[in-house]
Design a protein around this ligand. Structure first.
Ligand SMILES: Nc1ncnc2c1ncn2[C@@H]1O[C@H](COP(=O)(O)OP(=O)(O)O)[C@@H](O)[C@H]1O
Ligand SMILES: [Mg+2]
Ligand SMILES: [Zn+2]
Length: 291
């Protein structure tokens, strides 16, 4: 919807742009007889600027992106952070990890096309501890892809399982297929916080079914998880004293999703590991504070 009081389009949602018939060439002021007024002009209508925030919020709403992540895009993902009391080398390494992850996810979004020759490694698995920006990057990609007109869906892992479980309830307004079908069919599925719920047999079978179906139909999935692989570079965290480890923090991704799903994820996703501190707790952004 256009803004009804928009001074540019007067609420129509369209604005006229014009160009001379010589197209994008600059008007040569020094060329005799080529004055702007003398050129035949072409006019056409394009969506007015006042509709773009509407389009973004509609895309985000139909992709079910929760309110708290709607601000996330590539432009506001910072990779020049500063942390007090930490060595320059360490901060540099964290910032490099953030900027590499951003480049990979941004390229993924730019190249996104649902039509694929092969089904291997086209999705992304963003791995890293809490608060490093995994969901931020996944939402940024989803936003860009859905704004280009593709279908996309965001689901928190636990909420998806709960929605499916609730659909078994006789009073539920949704059938199991009503919940599952869009998840199986959407062009880009973001499954956030994989492994966050108890790995019951039912949960693993359900998630396995979703991932296998998407894999077999060559659909693309982006997943995030706080659970690292056993052999991962940032596991175990050296700074964490053994006595402070909870059993959950100690779990690997395989502990949480099982071997079959872990190996399916290897086949369908490129793994991107982000090694950085919790953004909300530790990071001060240089460009935000030093201005
Ligand atoms: N590098 C970053 N630049 C800007 N904001 C960030 C960055 N990393 C995280 N955030 C913000 O911090 C919050 C937590 O990030 P989130 O993506 O939810 O972390 P994760 O999913 O890895 O736990 C979000 O509001 C997110 O927008
Ligand atoms: Mg997250
Ligand atoms: Zn307008």
């Amino acid at each position: 919807m256009a803004r009804s009081d928009c001074p540019i389009c007067q609420g129509t949602g369209w604005k006229l742009v014009e160009r001379t018939a010589v197209g994008a060439q600059p008007l040569a002021v020094d060329k005799p007889g080529a004055s702007a007024a003398g050129e035949p002009k072409l006019q056409w209508a394009v969506p007015c600027d006042c509709t773009s925030t509407d389009r973004t919020s509609r895309a985000l709403a139909s992709a079910r992106v929760p309110e708290r992540y709607r601000h996330c895009d590539f432009d506001n993902f910072e990779t020049d952070n500063e942390i007090e009391g930490v060595s320059r080398d360490q901060v540099g390494a964290w910032n490099r990890s953030l900027s590499q992850a951003k480049i990979v996810v941004q390229r993924f979004a730019a190249d996104f096309s649902p039509v694929r020759e092969t089904q291997t490694e086209h999705g992304l698995l963003l791995i890293g501890t809490c608060g490093v920006g995994k969901t931020h990057l996944a939402v940024a990609a989803l936003k860009e892809v859905t704004l280009r007109g593709h279908s996309g869906l965001f689901y928190d892992y636990r909420e998806l399982l709960k929605a499916i479980q609730d659909s078994y309830n006789a009073e539920s307004q949704f059938t199991e297929m009503g919940v599952l079908e869009p998840v199986l069919k959407t062009e880009l599925l973001v499954l956030d916080d994989v492994g966050s719920s108890k790995p019951s047999l039912w949960a693993l079978e359900t998630v396995g079914h979703i991932l296998n179906t998407r894999y077999n139909e060559k659909r693309i999935t982006v997943l995030t998880t706080n659970f690292l692989d056993a052999e991962s570079a940032s596991n175990p965290e050296p700074s964490r004293a053994p006595g402070l480890r909870s059993p959950i923090a100690d779990d690997t991704l395989t502990d949480r999703v099982g071997k079959r799903i872990r190996s399916r994820l290897y086949e369908m996703c490129r793994t991107v590991e982000i090694s950085a501190p919790d953004y909300r707790k530790e990071i001060r952004n240089i460009s935000r504070f030093a201005r």
